[in-house]
Ligand binder design. Structure first.
Ligand SMILES: C[S@@+](CC[C@H](N)C(=O)[O-])C[C@H]1O[C@@H](n2cnc3c(N)ncnc32)[C@H](O)[C@@H]1O
Length: 355
C-alpha cells in the first residue's frame, strides 16, 4: 500500500476544507433550481430590461408573487447572480449576457434545466443502477430535451457557421452552391436551422429517434422560416433513409447510441464518396482527476448518456468522456478511410471522418 492509500487519521484542516467545498456545492445545486425558475418566468429578463428596481416592480412586470420574488432575488444576490443596493436589484452586462439574453453566445441559464432534469431522474436511476443500467432518452423529464437545446445552442451559434464548417475542406463552398446535409440525433434541430440560414441553396434533413424532439424541431424550423428546406423525421441512427449526403453532422449524440459502430457504418453508407461526417463530442482531460468539465460530463453521463446507450443494447457504452483516441478507433472500425480533429473549442472536439 502506498502513502496515498494507506489508512491515516482524519486531518482537521483537510476535513474542514472538504466540508467547505461540500457546502459550496450544496448551495450551487440548490441555487440551480432558482435559475430554472428565473429563466422560465422571465425574472432575469425583467431585471435586464427594467434596470435597477424594487422587488415589487420585478413581481409586477412578470406577474409573479411579490413575496416569492423578493426571496428569489435575495437568493440571486447571495449567489452573485444579481446586484443589490438599498432595496433595488439589477443585472450587470455580464450577468445579462449569461442569464437574460438567449441570443447571447454566452447564455448559460439553459444549462440549469439540464441540471434539474438529472435530479428528476434520480428515482429511475436507482432502478437502473441496480438493474440493467438502461434509461431511455425518452424516459427523462422534458427539461432534458428543451434544456439540451438551450444549453448547446449558444455554442453552435458562436461556432458552427463561422468556425466548424470552414474547418472542413471544401464543404463551405459546396453548401454555398447547394448540397445535401443531414443531422443524425438532431434533437430540437438548432444546428440545422443555423446552417439553413447560412446556406440558402442547400437542403437539410434531421433525424432523431425521439418523437417529441422531432416535433419541437419542426416547430422551430417553421418559426425560423426555413421549413421549406429543413425537414425533420423520426428515425434511428442505424436506419434513417436518406442517401448521397455531402455532409452528415452529429452533435453531442454519438455517445447516447447503443451501437455507435453500426450507426457510423450506416452514416458512411449514406454519404457521397466525397462526403464528410462531422461529429462533436465533449472534450476530455488527459487523466482522471478533479476537473469541472469531467465532473459535469461524468455526472450527466451516469444518469443520461451511458444509460441511454445501455437501454439501446450497448455492450460497453462510450459515455460522454470517451476521448478522441477511442472515437478515432470507432470511426476506423466503421470503415472510414480518414479521421482527424478538424477543430475544437474548450468544450468540444469537432471531428471529421471521410469515407
Ligand atoms: C444530447 S442530445 C443532442 C441533441 C442535438 N444534437 C443537440 O446537440 O442539441 C442526444 C440526441 O440523440 C438522440 N438519440 C438517442 N439515441 C438515438 C438513436 N438511436 N437514433 C437517433 N437518435 C438518437 C436523442 O433523442 C437526443 O435528441
Amino acid at each position: 500500500m502506498d502513502t496515498a492509500t494507506a489508512p491515516r487519521q482524519t486531518d482537521p484542516e483537510a476535513l474542514q476544507a472538504f466540508l467547505d467545498r461540500f457546502a459550496a456545492d450544496q448551495a450551487a445545486t440548490m441555487h440551480a433550481a432558482t435559475v430554472v425558475v428565473g429563466d422560465r418566468l422571465g425574472l432575469y429578463r425583467a431585471l435586464a430590461e427594467g434596470g435597477p428596481q424594487a422587488a415589487d416592480d420585478v413581481a409586477a412586470t412578470t406577474g409573479c408573487h411579490p413575496r416569492l420574488v423578493r426571496e428569489w432575488l435575495n437568493a440571486q444576490v447571495a449567489s452573485g447572480y444579481v446586484e443589490h443596493d438599498e432595496g433595488r436589484y439589477w443585472l450587470t452586462p455580464e450577468q445579462t449576457a449569461c442569464l437574460a439574453d438567449p441570443s447571447s453566445t454566452t447564455f448559460v441559464a439553459g444549462g440549469a434545466m439540464v441540471v434539474s432534469s438529472v435530479h428528476h431522474a434520480i428515482e429511475r436511476a436507482l432502478t437502473a443502477f441496480t438493474g440493467d443500467g438502461g434509461i431511455g432518452w425518452d424516459e427523462h423529464h422534458p427539461f432534458l430535451f428543451a434544456g439540451t437545446r438551450r444549453f448547446f445552442e449558444p455554442a453552435y451559434r458562436a461556432n458552427l457557421v463561422p468556425h466548424w464548417v470552414p474547418a472542413l475542406d471544401g464543404i463551405k463552398e459546396r453548401l454555398r452552391e447547394g448540397g445535401r446535409v443531414a443531422d443524425v440525433g438532431c434533437g430540437y434541430g438548432a444546428p440545422l436551422i443555423l446552417l439553413a440560414q447560412a446556406f440558402p441553396e442547400a437542403t437539410f434533413v434531421g433525424y432523431d429517434a425521439h418523437v417529441g424532439s422531432v416535433e419541437a424541431a419542426r416547430r422551430a424550423a417553421r418559426d425560423a422560416g426555413v421549413s421549406d428546406r429543413v425537414h425533420f423525421e423520426v428515425a434511428g441512427c442505424e436506419e434513417f433513409g436518406g442517401r448521397d449526403f455531402d455532409l452528415i453532422c452529429t452533435f453531442n449524440a454519438l455517445h447516447e447510441w447503443g451501437d455507435p459502430v453500426r450507426a457510423a457504418e450506416h452514416i458512411r453508407s449514406a454519404l457521397r464518396p466525397d462526403g464528410v461526417w462531422m461529429f462533436t463530442e465533449p472534450q476530455t482531460d488527459e487523466t482522471l482527476g478533479e476537473s469541472i468539465r469531467a465532473r459535469t460530463f461524468f455526472s450527466v453521463s451516469s444518469f443520461v448518456c451511458t444509460p441511454s446507450a445501455l437501454a439501446q443494447g450497448a455492450a460497453d457504452a462510450l459515455g460522454a468522456q470517451a476521448g478522441e483516441a477511442r472515437l478515432g478507433a470507432l470511426v476506423e472500425q466503421a470503415g472510414f478511410g480518414r479521421f482527424r480533429r478538424a477543430t475544437e473549442t474548450p468544450a468540444f472536439l469537432v471531428l471529421e471522418a471521410r469515407p
